[in-house]
Design a protein around this ligand. Structure first.
Ligand code: ZN
Length: 495
C-alpha cells in the first residue's frame, strides 16, 4: 500500500507502470461473471482479469493517487479500507451490480480488524453504506499466520457480549479454513445446547449430527479412513459427546471402503532386535520402496522415508526404482534440505545399496553407516509398517480410479502426519514440530515465547524417547513370547 499510495517512493510506481503498460488490456465489454475473475491489489494497484482460457491474469487497469494529509493520518486498518473504497469508486461502473461476487486481494493481514471493528466513526459509517452496494469478498494474497488479529478477536469476544457492529459483513471475508460440519454443529447447538459440562474448546455434537461428524473425520481427505482410535483422536480435537468411542467403532465396522481395502492387522510386529532409540527427530531415517503400483502420471514407485523418532514420513513418487546415486540426490532434495543430515540410514535393499548411498556423502559428512543385513529383515519394521499403512490408504483413495494415486500422495502424507502414532502416543506433527496444526481457526494456541517453546520441546523430546524405549521393549517381549531360545547342538547329535 504505502509504496504506491504514499509519497515515499513515487519513482517505484512510475517504473512499475512503465514495465506493465504493454500488457494493459482494454476492458471487456461485459460485467464480471463466473468465467472472469476481477481483483484489485495493493501491491500492484490495478484491476486484473483472468479466465479459464487465460489462467495468467492480465492487468486491465491501474489506479493510484496520493493520499491527502487527512487521509495519511488514518491508521493502517483504515488506510487499507480507504484503498478498497477508492478502487471501488474508481471502477464502480464495472463492479456495481455484479451478479456474482468479485474478489479483492489485499496484502493487509489484519482483515479481522475490518470484521471486528466496533464503534464506527462517522467516516466508517459512510464507507459501510458504500460497501453494501457491492457484491465482493475480501481475501489475503499471502496466507501467512498472524497472531495479532487472533489475540484481538479473542479479547473482544470475552469482553463484550453484544454483537459487534462491523464495517464489512462477515460473509465478505475469505480467510482461514472453515468446515461446513462445524457450522452445522454450531447451528444445531442453538436449538440443543447440550449438557454444557464438556471439555473446553470442544463442541458438543447433538445426536442427529454425530453420524455426519464421524463421516467427516473418517473419510476426509486429511484423514483417509484411519482406524477407530485415530478417528476418535481426530474428532476429540474439536468435538465431544459421551458415546463417541462406541459410535465410531460401530460406524467403522460398517465402513464399506475399509472392509474392502484393508488387510488384516495381525502381521507380526517387526523390531525383534530393537535398534538404538533415537533422541531427536530425523537423526535416524529408514527408507523403502513401494513397487508394482499402476501407472499414474508416469509414476509407478513410491520412495518412503520414515523418521524413526517422530514416525513422520515423506513420500516421493518415482517413475522407476532409482539407482543409489539417484536415491542419494532424492535424499538431499527431500530430507537433508529440510531436516539436516541423519546419523543413520536404514534400507532393506541390501547393504551394498546403502553403502553406495553413503559413499556419496560419507567422506564429506563423516556420518555412520548402520547396515540392515539380510539376516535381520525386521530391522526395517518402521518402513514396513509405514508401507502397510500407505498401501491401505492408497487403496482407499484410488478405489475408483487407480491411475490417480499420485494426486493423492500429499494428502496421504498429511493424514499420516496428523494421526496419532501408536509407538509415540503423539502425531508426527506434534513430535517433530512441537505443535498440532488445527483444523479449525477456533483452536489457536496461546502465544508462547521462544524460550518457553524450546523448553517445552526439550521436555517433550525426553518424554518421547522414554516412550519409544518402552515401546521397543514391549514389542520385543511380545515377539519373544512366541519364540524359544535357539537349541544348542553338539557334534554327532541326531537332529
Ligand atoms: Zn473407512
Amino acid at each position: 500500500l504505502r509504496p504506491f499510495l504514499g509519497p515515499q517512493k513515487p519513482k517505484l510506481h512510475s517504473e512499475h507502470l512503465k514495465r506493465s503498460s504493454p500488457r494493459l488490456r482494454s476492458f471487456p465489454d461485459q460485467t464480471p461473471n463466473s468465467s472472469s475473475l476481477w481483483r484489485w491489489t495493493h501491491q500492484t494497484p490495478g484491476l486484473e482479469q483472468s479466465s479459464p482460457r487465460h489462467p495468467r491474469s492480465t492487468t486491465c487497469a491501474f489506479f493510484s493517487r496520493r493520499l491527502t494529509p487527512t487521509e495519511s493520518r488514518c491508521d493502517v486498518g483504515d488506510s487499507a479500507l480507504l484503498a478498497v473504497k477508492l478502487a471501488l469508486e474508481e471502477w464502480r461502473h464495472w463492479l456495481e451490480g455484479a451478479e456474482l461476487p468479485f474478489i479483492i486481494w489485499t496484502d493487509y493481514k489484519n482483515l479481522i480488524y475490518l470484521k471486528e471493528a466496533k464503534g464506527l466513526n462517522p467516516q466508517q459509517c459512510r464507507w459501510s453504506l458504500f460497501f453494501s452496494r457491492f457484491n465482493f469478498v475480501l481475501s489475503y494474497r499471502s496466507g501467512s499466520k498472524n497472531t495479532k488479529p487472533d489475540a484481538l478477536s479473542r479479547q473482544y469476544a470475552s469482553e463484550d457480549e453484544t454483537a459487534p457492529s462491523t464495517i464489512l459483513p462477515a460473509s465478505c471475508i475469505v480467510a482461514g479454513v472453515t468446515w461446513p460440519i462445524r457450522d452445522q454443529v454450531l447451528e444445531a447447538l442453538k436449538v440443543d445446547p447440550g449438557p454444557g459440562n464438556g471439555p473446553p474448546n470442544r463442541l458438543f455434537v447433538p445426536q442427529e449430527l454425530r453420524g455426519k461428524v464421524i463421516h467427516w473425520a473418517h473419510t476426509g481427505r486429511f484423514s483417509i479412513h484411519p482406524g477407530v482410535g485415530r478417528t476418535v483422536a481426530l474428532i476429540r480435537r474439536s468435538f465431544w459427546w459421551s458415546s463417541l468411542y462406541r459410535d465410531v467403532k460401530e460406524s467403522g465396522s460398517a465402513c464399506h471402503a475399509c472392509a474392502q481395502q484393508k488387510g488384516t492387522n495381525q502381521s507380526p510386529a517387526g523390531l525383534l532386535s530393537p535398534l538404538p532409540v533415537p533422541s531427536r527427530p530425523w537423526s535416524h531415517i529408514a527408507l523403502d520402496f513401494v513397487c508394482g503400483l499402476p501407472l499414474s502420471h508416469g509414476f509407478s514407485v513410491i520412495l518412503t522415508i520414515v523418521d524413526r523418532f517422530s514416525k513422520a514420513c515423506h513420500l516421493v513418487p518415482l517413475k522407476a526404482l532409482p539407482s543409489s546415486a539417484v536415491t542419494a540426490q532424492l535424499l538431499i532434495k527431500h530430507i537433508f534440505r529440510l531436516h539436516g543430515i541423519p546419523t543413520e540410514i536404514l534400507s532393506d535393499r541390501g547393504p551394498q545399496f546403502v553403502s553406495r548411498i553413503w559413499k556419496e556423502f560419507a567422506t564429506a559428512l563423516g556420518a555412520r553407516v548402520a547396515l540392515t543385513s539380510g539376516f535381520h529383515p525386521q530391522t526395517n519394521g518402521q518402513c514396513e509398517r509405514m508401507n502397510q499403512e500407505l498401501g491401505s490408504k492408497l487403496r482407499c483413495v484410488y478405489a475408483t480410479n487407480p491411475s490417480t494415486w499420485s494426486d493423492h500422495l500429499a494428502w496421504v502424507e498429511y493424514a499420516h502426519y496428523s494421526h496419532v502414532s501408536s509407538a509415540t502416543g503423539q502425531s508426527p506433527f506434534e513430535s517433530s514440530l512441537g505443535y498440532k496444526p488445527s483444523l479449525f481457526p477456533l483452536h489457536t494456541d496461546t502465544t508462547t515465547t521462544n524460550p518457553q517453546f524450546l523448553r517445552r520441546a526439550r521436555r517433550a523430546r525426553i518424554a518421547m524417547r522414554s516412550t519409544l524405549q518402552r515401546t521397543a521393549e514391549r514389542i520385543q517381549r511380545l515377539a519373544d513370547r512366541h519364540r524359544s531360545p535357539a537349541p544348542t547342538y553338539s557334534p554327532g547329535q541326531m537332529v
